[in-house]
Design a binder for this molecule. Structure first.
Ligand SMILES: Cc1ncc(COP(=O)(O)O)c(C=O)c1O
Length: 328
């Protein structure tokens, strides 16, 4: 109970919502929260809208429930924002849920608040649940600000919020996430969770309580550091032949387009999965191919690491891709 109270108070203070503890459940990380909500909400015959590129776990969780993931494309020219018009076009009588992750993993795309509210209106019109995955809420770069759709008027009956202490408080290994939503939905998740995992470890709950009731002064410090790394990595990637990278609006991933290296007579690999393996084996750089996120032609590179490592990574990437360019 103290943690649920603290989460509701924190969310109200930071993101302007108005939840009570009966509308909150603490889960074993944000992933568990999404899994449990999806499990009580959708089943075979239902469709779930997932903007693409997407976080890898969304489609797999939805497939596990028996429901069908339906992808809604976002694009680089639009900063990978999710658009209400595209969502409405994808809705069918079977659509039951939309999962909207802003800022997005893997693209860093931020859906602007006004657009998010239009998406909520579309969801309400078609009686579709809107799940807002806010795991990166506090990693938004100027001019973007932390935002929750739960702060919009009339949001509560259609909206489910997923949050986590993994990113905001750098507590990934503690495994604490939460769900905020209508009491009836939360009580269904309570039922499922009490017969499966039970509550998260009490020690971890106490740590999360300390985080959520403590000062938030570490967050701007982390964000300023991420902003520095973002600039360096984006500039560095754009200086590499055949690599194009946009500034992500949030999160801590660079998402460069490397499609120039995947086509033509001098293609380095058949797809980004193969390219990521080559980069690991030959250049000793660990990153993820865009194919895993429904984004062929892209790579996802985390900059949640030191500037020195980023510099070294960029040197290795430059060497790897420049050699390809020279061979072309
Ligand atoms: C988009 C997104 N949602 C949810 C999570 C879940 O995080 P956790 O289970 O660590 O709270 C992650 C973790 O990478 C993520 O990227």
């Amino acid at each position: 109970m103290p943690l649920r109270e603290a989460i509701c108070a924190w969310h109200k203070r930071e993101l302007k919502s108005s939840y009570e503890p009966k509308e909150c459940i603490v889960n074993v990380g944000g992933k568990h929260a999404i899994f449990n909500v999806a499990s009580v909400l959708v089943q075979a015959g239902d469709e779930v809208l997932i903007p693409a590129p997407y976080w890898v776990s969304f489609p797999d969780i939805i497939k596990y429930t028996g429901a069908t993931p339906v992808y809604v494309q976002t694009n680089v020219e639009d900063g990978f924002a999710v658009r209400a018009e595209a969502i409405e076009k994808a809705i069918t009588p079977k659509t039951r849920l939309l999962i909207l992750n802003s800022p997005s993993n893997p693209t860093g795309g931020v859906t602007p608040p006004g657009e998010y509210e239009r998406i909520l209106a579309v969801c309400k019109k078609h009686n579709v649940w809107l799940m807002g995955d806010e795991c990166y809420s506090h990693f938004t770069y100027e001019p973007n600000k932390p935002y929750s759709i739960a702060s919009a008027a009339g949001a509560k009956e259609n909206v489910i919020i997923i949050g986590s202490v993994s990113k905001t408080f750098a507590m990934t290994g503690w495994r604490i996430g939460y769900t905020l939503g209508p009491a009836e939905l939360v009580s269904a998740v309570v039922k499922l969770q009490s017969q499966s995992t039970s509550n998260p470890t009490s020690i971890a709950q106490h740590a999360a309580l300390a985080a959520m009731t403590g000062t938030m002064e570490t967050v701007p410090v982390m964000l300023a550091e991420y902003a520095r790394r973002r600039k360096r990595i984006v500039d560095g990637l754009n200086a590499i032949p055949g690599v194009k990278c946009q500034q992500p609006g949030g999160a801590f991933y660079a998402f460069p387009d490397v499609s120039a290296h995947l086509s033509g007579p001098h293609a380095m690999a058949k797809d980004t999965t193969e390219l990521a393996t080559l980069l690991l084996e030959r250049a000793r750089v660990a990153l993820v191919g865009g194919d895993a996120f429904g984004a062929p032609g892209y790579l996802r590179i985390s900059y949640a690491t030191s500037l020195e490592r980023i510099e070294e990574g960029l040197r290795r990437l430059d060497k790897f891709f420049s050699r390809a360019e020279a061979a072309a």
